[in-house]
Design a protein around this ligand. Structure first.
Ligand SMILES: O=C(O)[C@H](O)COP(=O)(O)O
Length: 175
């Protein structure tokens, strides 16, 4: 399971969320490097899952290209999309922190269920992601399929929370 490479709005420190941004030059290189690492480590996949956002799909394609496994089926679902940041989409995180304080912005970004509407909380991300995990991805893994999930910071966080049973401490420490 991995997060996509850098997108254009990542460079500008803006909430990208469901806006369909392509990978930046660095993002393209990151995805290629990731593919090279996975190849060096001998990874092979039977199935690839992505969100319906270009940055996650492009990342998966570049990795599979580096691996020489372009033929592997790719399945895409909105349920793996980035968290929906609602009214914060497009805003700059640093400017937001100047207006609302660092701590408040951190709570909006990293708390599990403490986000005011219209911001989707991490808990809600997990709720919309779980049906896809339970009905589509987990059964394939149980059948022995080797699965690559190319998703987003918060959809991977939500899934990790589900798999680890608790909110891991590093959610708050690392971005
Ligand atoms: O939506 C975005 O811009 C990011 O991918 C996630 O943002 P965050 O790190 O502020 O949660």
């Amino acid at each position: 399971m991995l997060r996509h490479g850098e997108g254009a709005w990542n460079i500008e420190n803006r909430f990208c969320s469901w806006v369909d941004q392509k990978l930046s030059e660095d993002g393209l290189r990151e995805a290629e490097m990731c593919g090279k690492h996975l190849k060096f480590l001998g990874f092979e996949f039977d199935l690839v899952y992505t969100s319906i956002l270009s940055r996650s799909i492009q990342t998966a394609w570049l990795i599979m290209q580096e691996l020489g496994q372009e033929w592997v089926p790719v399945r895409s679902s909105w349920r793996l999309n980035e968290r929906h940041y609602g009214a914060l989409i497009g805003l700059n995180r640093a400017e937001l922190a100047l207006n609302h304080g660092e701590e408040q912005v951190k709570i909006w970004r990293r708390s599990y269920d403490n986000a005011p509407p219209p911001i989707e909380s991490l808990k809600q991300v997990l709720e919309r992601l779980l049906p896809y995990w339970n009905e589509e991805i987990a059964p394939e893994i149980k059948k022995g399929k080797r699965v690559l999930i190319s998703a987003h910071g918060n959809s991977t966080r939500a899934l990790l929370k589900h798999l680890e049973g608790t909110v891991p401490f590093y959610f708050y420490k690392f971005s």
